[in-house]
Design a binder for this molecule. Structure first.
Ligand SMILES: [Zn+2]
Length: 392
């Protein structure tokens, strides 16, 4: 098997930055050696002190490169996964939106067809189903006409149809949502709280039913309300209060201001906080226009200030960021150390999906899925299964 030596790297892992050489044999990391080891290999790449980390894992992403996973074509899967790979993402969870059961079934079949099809794109680990069982008042970009309560006949049919659903975002206060959480948990799927008005008591009950993760904290998540004089805590307060919960944030630097990024980083911390892009199809584009939702019936949006906006500029229409920008934002705006920022998009997402035995770390025996970047988090090289799939 061919060997590749990444010489003079700085490994970002375990809370520190360690100078090293990384020897790759075939698809896997063979060993992590002291810097300038002089080890022999078929091919040697001098990284000149650049950073290397495990490839980024984006567990909430709708598209990129002009494509949305709901377009329902292999071209969309290829285009979006390749765009994100060029920004350091080597594994992702394509995410669906509230849709009819038929549309979801179509999305599942395209996913199955594409799952292992594109070696130049990020690995498609499984699906994240966002909606349709969410609170109408917290719909966000979910189309209200498809929002409904969990129905066992429908969700069991959907779950039976796709063996690769890894997470599902639900509003736990809906009738039947607790039972649905238990069913997801029973099937080894991560039940997630999101697009929800739940108060903290409901969150606690949801946790007892298996829910353990909060989808895009601060976006479509409840907070303190006053009912007949009495205050009730919401999902946001629960994220800080309950150690059994993990949370994700859209750390594009637009959706959340610096104080909220700092608050989440300091008080939820890198072991319980995950960075996601939640990117729509315009990820990777810097200006102009795009379409939110389907190509035929979607909404025209404008791209400005690094985010998609509704044409009247009163609201955001989705993130257009990539994973490298998430890391950069956490370092520059949240004051995170580089190892902490990297942990929040490598080890932590892998752990909460139960995939940390294979993903999220650079370790001998594991697939060499690596991101190489400079001090501004500009991606210089991306390896997937030991092969250089992108180079800048
Ligand atoms: Zn989303």
């Amino acid at each position: 098997m061919n060997t590749l030596l990444l010489r003079d790297a700085r490994l970002v892992q375990d809370g520190c930055i360690t100078p090293c050489d990384i020897l790759i044999r075939g698809q896997n990391v063979e060993s992590i050696l002291p810097a300038r080891s002089g080890a022999a290999a078929d091919c040697v790449r001098d990284l000149k002190g650049m950073y290397v980390s495990a490839g980024f894992i984006d567990i909430h992403v709708h598209g990129g490169g002009g494509h949305d996973f709901m377009d329902g074509t292999p071209e969309a899967y290829h285009g979006a996964s390749a765009l994100h790979l060029q920004h350091g993402t080597t594994a992702m969870l394509p995410t669906t939106l509230a849709a009819s059961a038929d549309e979801l079934l179509r999305a599942f079949s395209v996913f199955e067809q594409c799952r292992d099809a594109f070696p130049d794109g990020a690995k498609l680990l499984g699906l994240h189903i966002e909606g349709p069982y969410v609170a109408p008042s917290q719909a966000g970009a979910q189309d209200p006409k498809y929002i409904r309560n969990p129905d066992p006949a429908e969700y069991n049919m959907l779950l039976d149809a796709c063996p690769h659903i890894l997470r599902w975002t639900v509003a736990p206060e809906l009738p039947g949502a607790m039972e649905f959480g238990r069913e997801l948990k029973r099937r080894g799927i991560l039940p997630c709280i999101g697009h929800s008005e739940a108060d903290s008591d409901t969150v606690l009950e949801a946790m007892r039913c298996g829910y353990s993760h909060i989808t895009h904290l601060y976006s479509a998540t409840s907070t303190i309300v006053r009912v007949a004089g009495f205050r009730h805590a919401g999902i946001i307060e629960s994220a800080y209060l309950y150690d059994g919960l993990t949370s994700e944030i859209i750390a594009d630097g637009c959706h959340l201001p610096a104080p909220l990024l700092q608050l989440a980083y300091r008080h939820i911390g890198p072991r319980r906080l995950v960075l996601v892009t939640d990117a729509m199809r315009a990820a990777g584009q810097t200006g102009g226009e795009s379409i939110l939702g389907s190509l035929e019936n979607g909404q025209r949006v404008i791209l400005e200030d690094g985010v998609a906006k509704m044409p009247d500029r009163t609201a955001f229409a989705g993130s257009i960021c990539t994973a490298d920008r998430l890391v950069r934002t956490m370092v520059t705006m949240a004051g995170a150390s580089l190892p902490d920022a990297v942990q929040m998009i490598t080890e932590t997402p892998a752990r909460l999906l139960g995939l940390d035995d294979r993903f999220g770390r650079v370790e001998p025996g594991r697939a060499a899925d690596l991101a190489v970047f400079d001090h501004t988090i500009r991606i210089a090289m991306v390896l997937r299964d030991g092969a250089v799939r992108y180079e800048n």
